[in-house]
Design a protein around this ligand. Structure first.
Ligand SMILES: *Cc1c(COP(=O)(O)O)cnc(C)c1O
Length: 240
């Protein structure tokens, strides 16, 4: 079935997000072409993804490998899928070779497993390293002190291409509070690039969600991951 984008609410939501990104670029003197909007479609049905496609979106983020697999089985158009969620090594077969970027690499163990799976499939996988920038115990990601060591080790894996860093900033109703964290993320990328490590030039920063993407763009995000702001609120199946 052909979904349309004239249903109103999603069309408006997408234009609002795009306009906000443009305005943030203007404030920060950035080129809007540097920023990719990823529509986070986790928990959303295929019909919602199709509606978003009709609204001009082509980059989608999922956080569960099986859900990604199921959506890809139904939507065969050439979309750009991003893996943004915690990954277990036994689920990599649903992700490697099926996504344009894996945002959530937070250990050497995981990097090595992606290397193995990529080698097996004859592909090179683009990855980001996930940073727990505020040191929250509830969050995935390495702490900044671990970054250089992990970069040096992943840079040696021939089927991985390290493309940058990702973070999930603290939940807040005051987006401005996350500015210092986004700024720190940008600084981490600059610091790593200045070390001229072989095979390492990081040009991507995945940061900013519905609550704070405008601040993230002002501070240097190249990939923003917006779910609620496009699809509306998620309804999770209740646990037994
Ligand atoms: C769910 C999720 C998002 C999107 O969150 P919203 O607040 O709905 O925009 C972004 N990034 C990650 C890693 C997520 O899991």
């Amino acid at each position: 079935m052909q979904e349309s984008c004239d249903a109103g609410s999603m069309k408006e939501a997408v234009s609002r997000v795009r306009e906000n990104i443009l305005a943030a670029c203007k404030r920060a003197g950035r080129n809007p072409e540097e920023i990719t909007l990823i529509a986070v479609s986790k928990t959303m049905p295929v019909t919602a993804v199709r509606e978003a496609m009709a609204c001009g979106l082509s980059e989608f983020g999922e956080n569960r490998p099986q859900e990604l697999r199921d959506k890809q089985a139904e939507i065969t158009e050439p979309l750009r899928w991003h893996m943004i969620g915690a990954l277990q090594t036994n689920k990599l077969k649903y992700v490697v070779g099926k996504t344009v970027l894996i945002h959530s690499v937070d250990s050497l163990h995981l990097a090595e497993a992606i290397e193995e799976e990529s080698k097996k499939r004859g592909v090179v996988s683009n990855i980001l390293l996930e940073i727990n920038i505020a040191g929250e115990t509830s969050k995935h990601g390495i702490v900044p002190e671990e970054l250089e060591g992990l970069v040096r080790k992943t840079a040696l894996l021939p089927h991985l291409k390290l493309r940058g860093l990702m973070t999930v900033a603290p939940y807040t109703t005051v987006p401005e509070e996350n500015r210092p964290y986004f700024r720190k993320m940008k600084q981490l990328v600059v610091d790593i690039n200045s070390k001229n490590i072989d095979n390492v030039y990081m040009d991507n920063l995945s940061m900013g969600m519905t609550g704070d993407y405008e601040i993230a763009v002002e501070e240097g995000a190249t990939l923003v991951r917006v779910g609620t702001g496009i699809f509306g609120h998620r309804v999770y199946p209740s646990k037994e």
